[in-house]
Design a protein around this ligand. Structure first.
Ligand code: HEM
Length: 582
């Protein structure tokens, strides 16, 4: 095996040399399953060795999330593109915004590497995240039509109600440490409502009752989502096998899987029945109902009997429901946790945010907030999301060249030149570089500064939302008052320096279909949390606010890591925060 491995490494190295970009060799593929279990521990042990033994390509590049620790260094040293050669595959890292945008535009030439997402097909499939080609186009088209404005209105109302309850809970604690857990609770509850029509009251971390053995829907959804990685690695069948000697917690997981499946089947049959009887009102939106409706209707132009090529099967609906719940849960929750910490360290941004919320929502109670009228005016809330996603991008993407060589113009040594990428080359967009380099974002590129996304309407002609100038270049867009516009009505949301410079929701045909969902959810949470409340770090004895702020920001950098598949704060409970009325 070792000889074969070295042979493959040599073969891949020879192939990498044809690319004409810098090469670094590492001995183990990033996605070797055994290695994934121990990579960080082994690397941190090897790092203790003296000199080059502890400091080499292996300790620098050969573990999950190395790019977060390395920051901008790798591309600063090697230019816009370089390749990591492993025994299994070549990993081509790309930080050229123009080349990235071209790659996203040519989705057929550079498809998603679905081998990495295939494990999401645990409750049925193929799904939107795991299918390719024609099959994916069909599922994606149906999904896009279901994630519509009706869905967003449901998300808005539910998120505002849950955000409100979370704010009350934190206020009842005064000092709280549960932002990570509570953010996961609210995002899960929003998904439960939007996907299945099941609404649950907020339960703060310390109020959680032990899950009932009778396995309610909430229990099954929560348990399945909390153990999603384990389920993807071992499949639900492993946990539901009655002959397998399993610990009690794993048995419970098996039970939750069975329950989750039978709840989905119940919801599915209910929707099919309602559709047949014409009983469901338009106002009763659920994603499940929308998918069922779309899958039962024969699309225009299709003949009888062709339906199976255009609609979703029952198994595909189950698989997709799981994928939506999985893809929409931790992404938003982790970002919300980051934002609460960034805001705690930046009271002036909280004031700026609150003044927009007061201006748009006034004193209206939450029940009178209106998605269609209020959401589009809350640009500062959206700017907080854009900025948090810029500096703490949770999702890593992998594209590849599949079975054909592809050419891409890439800046190498300052000049655009065609690079021929051999078949089976993996391409990793280096979002950290394009999101944070001073060349694109100005001297404060490394700082969390949501104001960079806001400009003043009309300063450079008639800016419209999302088509203005990037804040790094828009000093003239701001009013004289401390670099901030005084009136939210005059403001526009600016776009990034280029479309290849902002990859948080990805780009091209295979970008995130939940983008608008997450924006609506996020803005409603921020509105409920920060119109009437504020957050700050709990000070230690004798600590000034400036010291506490530095401590929080240092903590955010040091504690960021890949717990599972996403970047997150690993232990947000370690830094207590204070919640109070503004
Ligand atoms: C702020 C929160 C979110 C972020 C940052 C985010 C980011 C992303 C990214 C970067 C991708 C592309 C992944 C890849 O190519 O490997 C993606 C795909 C996807 N996202 Fe999101 N997402 C968010 C929220 C959501 C929500 C709320 C949903 C569902 C309601 C969702 C559903 C999906 C699905 C189904 C895909 C796969 C799409 C396809 O393959 O066609 N996401 N997301």
């Amino acid at each position: 095996w070792t000889v074969y491995s070295w042979y493959c490494l040599y073969r891949n190295y020879r192939e990498a040399r044809t690319l004409g970009v810098p090469i670094r060799i590492i001995p183990i593929d990033h996605l070797n399953k055994l290695w994934l279990l121990v990579d960080k521990q082994v690397v941190s042990l090897v790092r203790k060795l003296p000199g080059p033994l502890g400091n080499n390509n292996f300790t620098r590049f050969n573990y999950r999330g190395w790019h977060e620790d390395d920051g901008l260094r790798a591309h600063d040293e090697m230019g816009e593109a370089f390749v990591l050669v492993t025994p299994s595959r070549n990993w081509f890292y790309l930080a050229d915004p123009e080349a990235l945008f071209n790659m996203y535009r040519r989705g057929k030439d550079f498809p998603r590497w679905v081998e990495i997402t295939k494990m999401l097909d645990v409750f049925g499939g193929p799904t939107i995240a795991t299918a390719s080609g024609e099959q994916w186009r069909r599922i994606r088209k149906i999904s896009n039509s279901c994630l519509n404005e009706q869905c967003n209105a449901v998300v808005w109302a539910e998120s505002a109600a849950l955000g409100d309850a979370m704010a009350q809970y934190w206020a009842s604690r005064g000092v709280f440490t549960s932002v990570g857990e509570d953010s996961r609770t609210v995002t899960l509850h929003v998904l439960s409502k939007a996907c299945f029509g099941q609404s649950f009251a907020f339960e703060g971390h310390d109020e959680r009752r032990p899950a009932s053995a009778s396995a309610s829907f909430r229990f099954s959804l929560l348990t399945v989502m909390e153990n999603a990685l384990l389920l993807m690695a071992l499949t639900p069948r492993f946990f539901t096998n009655p002959w397998m000697p399993l610990p009690a917690a794993w048995r419970r997981l098996g039970k939750a899987c069975d329950e989750f499946r039978s709840h989905m089947s119940y919801f599915y049959n209910r929707e099919v029945r309602a559709l047949k009887e014409g009983g469901r009102q338009k106002a009763d939106y659920t994603l499940m109902a929308a998918l069922v409706r779309a899958s039962q209707q024969r699309p225009e132009g299709k003949e009888e009997g062709e339906d199976q090529f255009a609609n979703l099967t029952e198994a595909e609906i189950y698989g997709n429901m799981f994928v939506f719940a999985f893809a929409g849960h931790d992404t938003t929750a982790h970002l919300l946790t980051y934002a609460v910490f960034f805001l705690a360290a930046n009271p002036s941004v909280q004031d700026w945010l609150a003044s927009e919320l007061r201006h748009v929502l006034g004193d209206r109670p939450r029940s009178q907030w209106d998605y269609h009228a209020d959401f589009p005016r809350l640009r500062r809330c959206l700017a907080v999301l854009y900025e948090t996603l810029r500096v703490k991008t949770p999702v890593c993407e992998v594209k590849w060249t599949a079975d054909r060589a592809q050419q891409l113009d890439v800046h190498v040594a300052g000049r655009a030149q065609p690079v021929t990428l051999p078949p089976r080359t993996l391409i990793i967009p280096s979002y950290l570089y394009v999101h944070k380099h001073v060349r694109y974002w100005g001297p404060d590129a490394g700082e969390w500064r949501p104001e960079r996304w806001i400009g003043v309407r009309g300063v450079f002609g008639d800016n419209v939302d999302g088509e203005g100038w990037h804040a790094g270049n828009n000093d003239a867009c701001r009013s004289a008052k401390g670099g901030r516009s005084s009136c939210p009505e005059e403001e526009v949301l600016l776009s990034p320096p280029s479309r290849g410079n902002y990859l948080g929701w990805s780009e091209g045909a295979r970008d995130c279909p939940g983008k608008r969902f997450s924006q609506v959810e996020w803005v409603a949470f921020l509105a409920a949390l920060f119109r009437d409340w504020k957050v700050e770090p709990q000070r230690r004895e004798g600590e000034t606010f400036a010291d506490a702020r530095t401590r929080v920001l240092d903590f955010v950098e040091a504690d960021s890591g890949y717990g599972g598949l996403l970047l997150q704060l690993m232990h947000p409970e370690k830094v207590p925060l204070v919640w109070s009325r503004r």
